[in-house]
Design a protein around this ligand. Structure first.
Ligand SMILES: [Zn+2]
Length: 91
């Protein structure tokens, strides 16, 4: 299976990187375009309309926006991930 997701991401990055496009979430033009995958400042492709609800728009350029990895994580895709931050240490 060809990795179309990766290809689309690279195509969009090629358009945004030369103009240093700002993050769609926080508005700061501090995206690390070639940063490692899990770095907070690294580039991540965000979908305006989430893929889960609009799979047909996954490769639609007008539905894609640049974000920081950290900003995209905050947003999620409308699903809440259980927060395991609370531990039950009572002692
Ligand atoms: Zn951001």
């Amino acid at each position: 299976m060809a990795n179309r997701t990766q290809q689309f991401r690279d195509d969009m990055k090629a358009q945004w990187e030369p103009i240093n496009a700002p993050c769609a979430e926080c508005g700061q033009a501090t995206i690390d375009w070639d940063g490692p995958k899990n770095q907070p400042d690294s580039f991540e492709l965000d979908h305006k309309l989430p893929r889960v609800n609009y799979p047909e728009l996954e490769f639609e350029p007008s539905n894609a926006r640049p974000t920081h990895h950290r900003c995209n994580r905050h947003k999620g895709a409308g699903q809440t991930v259980p927060d395991l931050g609370m531990t039950s240490e009572e002692w």
